[in-house]
Design a protein around this ligand. Structure first.
Ligand code: MN
Length: 730
């Protein structure tokens, strides 16, 4: 250690930047900590040494960034370990310091925070949608462990955005887009409005510098022009408030550049037409004071009725609370007045972070409440079958929608996104209630299940034990939670359906083979055919994983009487099973795992264009889109739905082709060479020659339809080929 570092303990004077952080910490009564200097100083020195010699792109010492991040965290009233984590946040990533070293010096908690930040930093943001969502998932999962990691990352990002001008234009753009798509929505969700607004402005400035400058210029001249009238109205408010004898703090502020610009875009207005750029915030001690002040203001100024919002009685999902009212000044300026308590004010500025310090007391409760959506999110993440785009929906759709507030019959308040239906409400109350919902009453009247709820109504859900979630619900539910739960129970009932189908197939086949007497044996001893229980045997038959013939062969290996009874067509059937084996399934109208059956008339196999036809009672039957047996209905009829094969990239599917050619020497060699030159594998080859005509049936393993058509064209060009066609029917 250098002598200079010891100076503070000798002379008692710390460097200025260090003192700034201490000052911020001690500004907060609850967090005031007389040990903060002692705790923070070693981290200050450690980080300074670790980053010694490193420079930022601006040419300034890297360490200044670490200090700036710690200062922001202190301003947000984070606990001392988070601030220490902030000073050290780049140590693992950018210096040779290891996790163990940090852990030894500053304890496990600080080391884990830094480690978490390092891991978040390693996430590469990619505009390709799926990847992006995956990355976000990782980010959230790490947040679920300790939200402070995300808050340090926010401070890091805010400072990086503030100093973005030193980076190359390409980098500026990448970072600004990432901030816009990931950090800003997240800050909104966590209720960190102040941060979000700062980030949005920096993004706006980076991505649209010209537009930003224009708004900035307009804003400045407006402020200059109206300063007198604004001052007048502010004073009038103050004089009236003073008579109430309430302690208050009045802050004035202007709308952010980005929100002004957003408003201009959304409402297609010029700057001159935006009248509400000025806002007044009144912060008081108690909730009662908020309402007293509101009453007083409404006495002296005319409020705009539609713009009055009571977020104290009904807080936003992210915990935001405040009274909003808008009054009009004599010069026609609209002024939004926000009235709230100190507590609400802090929550509004720093959101979840405001509640962190109550750790140990009632923290879990308030944090739980504020990140309720996080739990919903984790539920979706824990469901393996949910896909990343669903996650994006949770972020994107839920995020920017307003909420509706409705009540349960016992008066519990339920918050839902705008446009939610009784089904969304039912799932919000309880999974069971959602699954069994048959009808709903809004304020005592029966309404359709797809009707949209509006704020203030009381919803009663009527359930029935025999009800099951319907796929049709997916068309109108709003919340991701409801959607996920509907799919989940839908899959369950689909399994039951498959078992039923399996039983039917088994009985029918046994009856045809006159072996119905074996049914009981098969069902009571599923282990004979290698199944754990009756149900899994029936499901397996129902979904076509195993044929009845295979079950019989396994169960009665010495008895092959039944074999001759299976008709010739069975060989083809097994080809179709083979072809379908390598496919993940069929997705109908974008929904997976719907009860489907593959039609027997045209036997679609992977690669064919297909269409779903809704049958009565037997789910969706899948045909080739050009199947002649499809009922003649307008293709836009409700009963037709889009369907597509879900083939994983790496997998190949089997396709069968029939070649007719003049027999000649070397024909077979030419054909196999043509096939292998396209890197397609031959699974089986069957050839017959009659009257100097060769007829071949080849099963190919191909990765996609394009490749298959390529093979077909190659074979068509071989000398002597008369016809090459896809195998269509038995
Ligand atoms: Mn950093």
């Amino acid at each position: 250690m250098k002598i200079a570092d010891l100076i503070p303990t000798v002379t008692g004077s710390f460097p200025n930047d260090f003192n700034e952080i201490i000052k911020s910490i001690n500004q907060n009564q609850i967090y005031k900590n007389k040990n903060s200097e002692k705790l923070l100083w070693p981290a200050y020195q450690f980080s300074k040494h670790s980053h010694d010699g490193q420079k930022r792109k601006s040419g300034k010492p890297y360490f200044e960034h670490c200090i700036a991040v710690a200062k922001l965290l202190a301003d947000w009233h984070m606990d001392i370990n988070t601030i220490i984590g902030g000073i050290l946040h780049d140590c693992i990533e950018d210096t040779p310091v290891s996790f163990e070293e940090l852990s030894n010096e500053f304890g496990e908690e600080v080391a884990s925070l830094v480690d978490g930040v390092t891991k978040l930093g390693g996430i590469e943001y990619d505009t390709r949608k799926e990847k992006q969502a995956e990355n976000l998932m990782k980010m959230f999962l790490s947040m679920a462990k300790d939200i402070r990691v995300v808050i340090i990352k926010f401070a890091d990002r805010l400072h990086n955005m503030k100093t973005i001008e030193y980076l190359s234009l390409i980098k500026q753009r990448r970072i600004a887009i990432e901030t816009r798509d990931v950090y800003s929505p997240l800050a909104h969700r966590l209720g960190m409005f102040e941060l979000k607004s700062q980030l949005d402005d920096l993004v706006f400035k980076t991505l649209q510098p010209e537009k930003y400058k224009k708004v900035d210029k307009n804003l400045r001249s407006r402020i200059l022009n109206r300063s007198k009238s604004l001052k007048k109205i502010t004073n009038k408010i103050k004089i009236n408030l003073n008579e109430l004898k309430i302690n208050y703090e009045l802050k004035t502020r202007f709308k952010s550049h980005s929100s002004i610009y957003q408003k201009m875009l959304n409402q297609n207005k010029d700057f001159a037409e935006i009248h509400d750029i000025y806002a007044i915030r009144i912060v008081v001690k108690s909730k009662n004071d908020c309402y007293s002040i509101l009453g007083l203001l409404h006495q002296f100024f005319t409020p705009i009725a539609e713009r009055f919002k009571d977020y104290i009685a009904t807080p936003k999902i992210n915990g935001y609370q405040s009274l909003h009212t808008t009054i009009v000044s004599s010069s026609g300026e609209m002024i939004e007045i926000q009235i709230r308590t100190e507590d609400m004010d802090r929550t509004a500025e720093i959101g979840v972070a405001a509640h962190w310090k109550y750790k140990g007391k009632d923290s879990s409760n308030s944090i739980d409440k504020h990140v309720k959506w996080l739990r919903d999110l984790l539920m979706i993440l824990s469901d393996e079958s949910s896909d990343p785009s669903e996650f994006m929906n949770l972020l994107k759709i839920d995020l920017f929608q307003n909420e509706v507030f409705v009540f349960t019959p016992i008066g519990e308040l339920i918050q839902l996104p705008l446009g939610s239906t009784p089904i969304d409400f039912a799932y919000e109350v309880h999974t069971e209630v959602g699954d069994r919902c048959i009808s709903a009453k809004v304020d005592g009247k029966i309404v359709p299940l797809n009707s949209q709820l509006s704020s203030g109504s009381t919803i009663e859900i009527i359930t029935s034990d025999s009800q099951k979630p319907s796929a049709a619900w997916l068309k109108f539910v709003k919340t991701t939670k409801a959607r996920t739960l509907i799919r989940k129970s839908y899959r369950k009932s689909e399994k039951e359906g498959s078992a039923k189908l399996g039983k039917e197939i088994l009985e029918k086949t046994l009856r045809r083979l006159r072996m119905l007497d074996r049914l009981q044996i098969l069902l009571s001893s599923p282990s004979l055919s290698g199944f754990e229980n009756k149900e899994s045997l029936l499901i397996s038959i129902g979904i076509g994983e195993i044929t009845v013939r295979e079950v019989l062969q396994k169960s009665f290996p010495s008895d092959d009487n039944f074999d001759i009874d299976f008709k010739k067509g069975k060989k083809e059937k097994s080809f179709f099973n083979l072809a379908r084996n390598n496919v993940l399934g069929i997705s109908v109208d974008g929904i997976d795992n719907i009860l489907i059956n593959l039609s027997k008339c045209c036997n679609p196999i992977p690669g064919d264009e297909i269409i779903g036809f809704v049958t009565r009672g037997k789910g969706v039957s899948i045909h080739r889109s050009r199947c002649k047996n499809l009922p003649i209905l307008n293709k836009s009829s409700d009963r037709f739905i889009e369907a597509e094969w879900k083939i994983s990239d790496k997998k190949e599917f089997f396709s069968k082709i029939n070649i007719v050619a003049e027999d000649r020497k070397g024909l077979l060699k030419d054909i196999t060479e043509a096939i292998s030159s396209t890197k397609v594998n031959i699974n089986s080859l069957d050839t017959k020659t009659q009257d100097s005509l060769a007829s071949m049936i080849i099963i190919l393993a191909v990765s996609n339809l394009k490749r298959l058509n390529q093979v077909i064209r190659k074979i068509e060009n071989i000398k002597g080929t008369l016809s090459v066609r896809r195998f269509n029917k038995n």
